[in-house]
Design a protein around this ligand. Sequence first.
Ligand code: ADP
Ligand code: ADP
Ligand code: MG
Length: 653
Amino acid sequence: MFGKILIANRGEIACRVIRTARKLGVRTVAVYSDADARALHVEMADEAVHIGPSPVGDSYLRGDRIIAAALATGAEAIHPGYGFLSENPDFVDQVTAAGLIFIGPSAASIRAMGLKDAAKRLMEKAGVPVVPGYHGEAQEIVLLATKAREIGYPVLIKARAGGGGKGMRRVDHPDDFSEALSGARREAKAAFGDDRVLVEKYVDKPRHIEVQVFGDNFGNVVHLFERDCSAQRRHQKVIEEAPAPGMTPALRKAMTEAALKAAKAISYSGAGTIEFIVDGSEALKADRFWFMEMNTRLQVEHPVTEMVTGVDLVEWQLRVAAGEKLPKAQNEIALAGHAFEARIYAEDAAKGFLPATGTLYHLKFPDTPPEDAAMRIETGVRSGDAISPFYDPMIAKLVVHARDRTTALGALRKALARTEVAGSTVNTAFLAALAADADFAAGDIDTGLIGRHQDALVAVPAPSDEAIAAAALAATDASTAGPAADPWCSLAGYAHFHTLARRTRLRYGEENILARVSARPDGRFQVALEAPHDALNAHDLRSMPRSARWPGHVTVFEGAVGYTFTVPDPLAKADEAAAASDSLRAPMPGLVKLVRAAAGDAVIKGQPLLILEAMKMEHTIAAPHDGVIAEIAAEGAQVSDGTVLVRFEDARG
Ligand code: ADP
Ligand code: ADP
Ligand code: MG
């Protein structure tokens, strides 16, 4: 085994790798950018090396600096995590040339699977079923459109260098082909520097089922069963599980055999995943699955496999890279129970899942697993850390395991309801709604489920009067006491019938709330809310919803929903003035990619006005109401969070 390894990554996956390294007695070196100087992975590692400024191109993608850091600290091997340099064969070559070991497959394996078109051609030869489609070199629009017609609509345009669901467009009708192609190419160019595409048949009622494989340097390859990642939005995984609901012995046998064939075709060593698309329009059938791509790395959702097999996949990665044989033979690997993973992201589900940023002033996960379940929280942040615009906005992965799917899903719902995040918009309520969705609970899933149920899944219920009262109470507490202090102890001295009352003003969205909070001598308190809310009677402090106070705000938690109230500073009028002006602001830093309206245009509600590229994804900014545009951002403009993108002419003036 290695004495010391360097982890060329950040966030939860860096922390995850460090944990297993420590278990094996392997010392660890972290690398970090400016933004991550005080990050959790830096704190956890035995040593840490600064590798550059915050943008990934200047730090986590700087292979040269990472290799230099490994050499300077005496690390023998580099673990790439996922993302960043994990699937970059040139980096693997450089690591090897420096006399270090890359904890992962060979550069040749990565190259063979790196481009989806070439990988599909290779798999076809190896006898693995591939999605019908065009995966040739020629890229003329006319040719691609002809191929699309031959394949038959609906088709899927995919960036051949794609990953993370980027550079992908479903097209239902030939008329939309050329615009979809331009969009996919633009996104692919920006994300991967390669705008070549393939065109595939869009599989009906598609289910994403993938097989975990593992190889060593002695020619042994095993599989660790499947994961179902059909719960997706915009082709990105949301909740993953193992095993796949409704899986039949015949399909499992066919899929795992195909996966082993794929891995053996490239003499695969290390952890890898063969992703398949499965036709779920009827019951799962052994001849209705096709190879989509291979991810030649550890996968984000690997913990669900670890939960159902009891295998530590990172431990296997280290052992195999250190020259050991696979710790288990195929017949020693068994499935037990059911596991789910929910990805908790800083994003605004109600606003088209726009990535969010912010400081996680309050971050609390369940202290203990829900009843009858095991739980793992994989995170790279702690209370007070920031979600910056530089990196993936994932906050944590909540992983549960129980004896069967129903119990595990119940545990997931409970764990989400006991998770508290304040300071940034998060998707916990959306995840909880999905975990409670009737079709999802029945295992009737496909990649379109979230889209079909989107309105219900992203709907945020209005806060209850109890939640508003709790917010008012927490706001009154304002700057005087920490969360542990009970402000009412000091007020309990007022043993009069007419008690001390404090007036508090709050804002929830557009709504202004006026509350009168009074303490009572018996240690209870009363919150009276102005109409339209009812006056509330005395509430027992202990029964009030949980809340967190953070600068300028209060967040109240009811189940997995966090209601965030603004506590206006009476001295600051600026934010109100800004709210009153009729304009659309950039929800996050980004690049104005395409402008589709001009000053003077009359536009209607919902009409796309411009495309903002942020976090490597394109987001369409649409008109919030009918109106006439007074000003609109210029194409190519780099905008920061809050920059006015579109100003409307004042309808009132
Ligand atoms: P996996 O295939 O391992 O489940 P995903 O498909 O979600 O992971 O993502 C594929 C890769 O893209 C991962 O390596 C992940 O790090 C990266 N990725 C995912 N989302 C983003 C994002 N918003 N920005 C940058 N990279 C991302
Ligand atoms: P990425 O590298 O971005 O992960 P994939 O090829 O793995 O790209 O596809 C991402 C997702 O897009 C899949 O998980 C699936 O939901 C959807 N998808 C891909 N190919 C097809 C297809 N042919 N038909 C239907 N859905 C597909
Ligand atoms: Mg994929």
